[in-house]
Design a protein around this ligand. Structure first.
Ligand code: NDP
Ligand code: PYC
Length: 343
């Protein structure tokens, strides 16, 4: 383990070492070797890219769900070839990312031959950022769109009680002269993880994020977490997108809607037990191998119009820094992770 103490409050760790540390933690807390490998890479990648709400912050929740028996860390996903352009996976109550890995080769093969392929995952737990599920397709020249639902905590537009999850949408497309264009966003005004982090740090939220237990607007993250709820982003428009995510992730896959499972039955459970869809498109079928040139032109025009920061740019910048200088983690967090790896 090569960690340097760069101040009394923080330490630096390489991405490789953080991945290995997380892999050891998952292994020691009951996952199979494959699940440990996939989750460790995912979680370390999020920390490396500065996706803090879905990096090492999530380890406690992963382990607590595993300990509760709510998620099966040993699950072996069942992949079904459901048609020329359709792959189904039953994650068997395990995590979504290993289920996706098990089906990925088949999905790419189908997308390349049919021009499009749908991967429908059900009976799965997704507790991570969504961009890692789409970006790798774009680095292989494909376009990918993914949605996943989560757990009831968002009030639909004009409604009185929470129903939807925070339901993110992620999209990735290749471009000719740069890393893929990627966006990944919750359809709630703020991700649940960021509300938890604000509560932990004692920060108030901007207006418009959520309501308290009486349905009154609040800036207090604790009031949202303790009986309150989040709002969709953009009023009825974000609410409609969240509804779409529920339909694709649950109705299409055979997974749960965000409101169809009850985590309180398994004390300690934190991971949402839902479904996920990934749509992969082979863009050469549409535009005869010029897609990446066209997307580059769009980026050029956006820059020319004055938008300098593309979605994904912050992560790519942080990734470059982390790979060069190491990932900076609080000493307290890293000490805790090391203790968990020994536990
Ligand atoms: P953000 O609002 O931080 O960012 C959303 C997207 O907008 C990102 O692609 C981001 O790029 C881009 N962006 C942000 N600011 C700008 C800007 N000024 N100009 C241009 N683009 C910008 O994300 P959310 O808070 O909505 O989501 C956070 C994470 O939570 C996501 O990774 C999501 O997948 C995850 N999540 C997971 C859930 C699950 O069930 N597994 C549920 C809900 C959320 P960049 O990345 O470069 O900052
Ligand atoms: O941050 O909203 C969130 C979230 C839900 C499930 C995983 N992350």
């Amino acid at each position: 383990m090569t960690t340097d103490h760069n101040s009394s409050a923080s330490r630096t760790i390489t991405c490789t070492d953080l991945t290995e540390l997380l892999r050891q933690i998952f292994l020691r807390h009951g996952t199979s070797a494959e699940v440990a490998r996939v989750l460790a890479e995912n979680c370390a990648g999020a920390e490396r890219d500065g996706s803090h709400s879905h990096g090492i912050f999530r380890i406690k929740g992963y382990l607590s769900s595993l300990a509760a028996g709510w998620v099966d860390g040993q699950a072996r996903p069942k992949v079904e070839d459901a048609g020329a352009a359709f792959v189904r996976v039953d994650a068997m109550g395990g995590f979504a990312q290993p289920a996706m890995q098990a089906a990925k080769g088949l999905v790419i093969e189908k997308a390349r031959s049919a021009g499009i392929a749908i991967l429908a995952i059900r009976n799965s737990h997704h507790f991570a950022a969504l961009w890692p599920d789409v970006e790798p397709f774009a680095t292989q020249g494909l376009v990918a769109l993914s949605v996943v639902n989560s757990m009831t905590c968002v009030v639909p537009h004009d409604a009185q009680k929470p129903l939807f999850g925070t339901n993110p949408i992620a999209f990735a497309a290749p471009r000719a002269e740069g890393p893929p264009i990627v966006f990944d966003m919750a359809t709630s005004a703020i991700a649940h993880g960021d509300v938890q982090i604000a509560a932990r740090e004692g920060r108030m939220l901007p207006p418009g994020m959520g309501v308290d237990r009486n349905g009154e607007p609040t800036l207090d993250p604790k009031a949202i977490l303790e009986g309150g709820a989040l709002l969709p982003f953009g009023g009825y428009k974000g609410s409609a997108l969240s509804m779409m995510v529920e339909l694709l992730s649950a109705a299409l896959t055979g997974g749960n809607f965000s409101f169809e499972f009850d985590m309180s039955k398994a004390p300690g459970a934190q991971t949402p037990w839902t479904g996920q869809v990934i749509i992969v498109i082979h863009p050469d079928k549409g535009s005869g191998q010029v897609f990446a040139e066209r997307s580059e032109e769009l980026v050029r025009q956006m820059h020319g119009a004055g938008q300098q920061r593309m979605p994904g740019d912050r992560r790519y910048r942080q990734r470059e820094r982390s790979l060069k200088e190491g990932i900076v983690v609080s000493a307290e967090d890293l000490d805790r992770l090391e203790a968990l790896a020994r536990a």
